[in-house]
Design a binder for this molecule. Structure first.
Ligand SMILES: Cc1cc2nc3c(=O)[nH]c(=O)nc-3n(C[C@H](O)[C@H](O)[C@H](O)COP(=O)(O)OP(=O)(O)OC[C@H]3O[C@@H](n4cnc5c(N)ncnc54)[C@H](O)[C@@H]3O)c2cc1C
Length: 385
């Protein structure tokens, strides 16, 4: 008998809304299995502040991690199964995904799960280490909370901090550390390998960020990157592309994303490991394997893109299951427009960004994101409210 099980891999901004949608819209005989290493959604958008001082998120700090399972109790039993674990391999020939489960006693077990359709929403991880900008370690909320705490302790203990990578994450982190510790004597250096900060945005946006950060005592250096790093006891020695060697107590690399796709057949990935999809967001060679969110090859990774992907995948999976052909599919229209809001600490008016091609004033960046890191958006994602 053909399986009537739809498997969703990953329970974050992309996977959670998809799972709710499928349970709500698929005929009753279909079941949905959600696979995730974490039982909680991590609002990693607020990571730069949570890493430095979660108390600055106010009541929002309670929503940094939101439990997933209570939000699925409202559905009829038998429709939905949650498997805590990580996909480790996929066999499109047998329509099976193998999952390494995680349980409280940390016994490692592998289970094979058959699928009628496979929806991959496993996102990305940061290339520069487990600082908790995204789910950390094994991916459980326990591991991510531990990584948050460990990064926070290291920042508190360090007198000299080098942040390499001056995209949004690097600038936001520099702003949070600069605001909290500006009177403490900590020396924070932010290195940009480009000619300015926030190189994806027009230069005026990077200049605004540089102005704010410099005022709070952050040393900004452009056109320089770290070429090697050596730990010498408590001190880290960094060799820079300028040929200089500098010492620091802590080096936090914030550049780069890597795809979470080690379990996917290589012929479904591009040269950098992202899943290649067609305009319907299914893989070109397998009409029952879909991808959405950061994990796709489309780029412009952010929650706006996730929402656009969701519109197509939700419509198209439902259409495919109910026997409709591609003429009723929703076409994903990729946009490369940059939407970037970059708060630079919790202080009023500190921040910059670009929205609809316009530079964002500090006061707007603060009001839109810097005040609360938009944490009130987390619960509706989990609860499909
Ligand atoms: C510090 C920071 C701040 C950001 N701020 C913003 C912002 O302000 N605005 C914005 O639009 N974007 C922002 N982003 C980008 C945003 O976080 C991503 O676009 C978003 O997380 C993508 O969601 P996703 O569901 O596709 O993937 P992810 O959020 O990466 O989630 C993937 C999930 O899949 C799980 N997973 C991984 N491997 C497996 C596996 N093998 N099996 C099963 N599950 C697996 C992971 O543990 C994770 O839970 C920020 C990113 C960072 C790092």
């Amino acid at each position: 008998m053909t399986s009537k099980n739809i498997v969703v891999l990953g329970a974050s901004f992309a996977g959670l809304p998809m799972t709710h949608y499928l349970i709500k819209h698929l005929p009753e005989e279909y079941t949905i299995t959600l696979v995730s290493p974490s039982t909680h959604l991590y609002w990693n958008i607020a990571a730069p502040r949570a890493i430095v001082d979660p108390e600055l998120l106010g009541k929002g700090k309670d929503d940094l991690f939101i439990p997933i399972l209570p939000a699925f109790e409202k559905y009829p039993s038998g429709r939905f199964t949650f498997v805590q674990g990580k996909a480790v391999s996929t066999s499109p020939e047998t329509n099976t995904v193998t999952v390494q489960t995680i349980n409280e006693s940390m016994d490692v077990k592998q289970v094979n799960i058959e699928y009628l359709h496979l929806i991959v929403a496993t996102g990305s991880s940061t290339a520069g280490g487990d600082w908790a900008f995204k789910a950390a370690g094994s991916g459980t909320d326990v591991a991510t909370r531990a990584a948050l705490g460990s990064t926070r302790d290291k920042i508190a203990a360090a007198n000299r901090i080098v942040i390499s990578g001056a995209g949004a994450t690097g600038c936001e982190l520099a702003g949070e550390i600069g605001s909290k510790y500006h009177k403490s004597g900590k020396h924070v250096t932010l290195l940009s390998s480009a000619s300015g900060l926030l190189p994806a945005a027009p230069p005026s946006v990077g200049k605004a960020a540089e102005g704010h950060l410099t005022k709070m005592g952050v040393e900004v250096r452009n056109n320089v990157k770290v070429t090697s790093e050596t730990k010498k006891g408590d001190v880290t020695e960094l060799v820079l592309s300028t040929g200089e060697t500098i010492e620091t107590d802590l080096h936090i690399a914030t550049w780069g994303l890597v795809p979470n796709t080690s379990f996917m057949p290589k012929d479904l990935l591009d040269g950098s490991g992202w899943i290649v999809t067609d305009k319907y967001l299914k893989t070109p060679t397998h009409s029952n394997i879909w991808a959405l969110g950061d994990v796709t090859h489309w780029g412009n990774r952010g929650i706006g893109a996730v929402a656009e992907h969701y519109k197509s995948v939700s419509t198209n999976v439902l259409a495919a299951i109910t026997g409709k052909d591609e003429s009723s599919f929703n076409e994903y229209k990729h946009k490369d427009d940059l939407a970037l809001i970059v708060p630079l600490g919790p202080w009023f008016g500190r921040g910059t960004g670009i929205l609809f091609g316009w530079k964002v004033w500090g006061v707007f960046a603060w009001a839109l994101k810097g005040r609360t890191y938009m944490i009130s958006m987390a619960r509706p994602i989990v609860e499909a409210a």
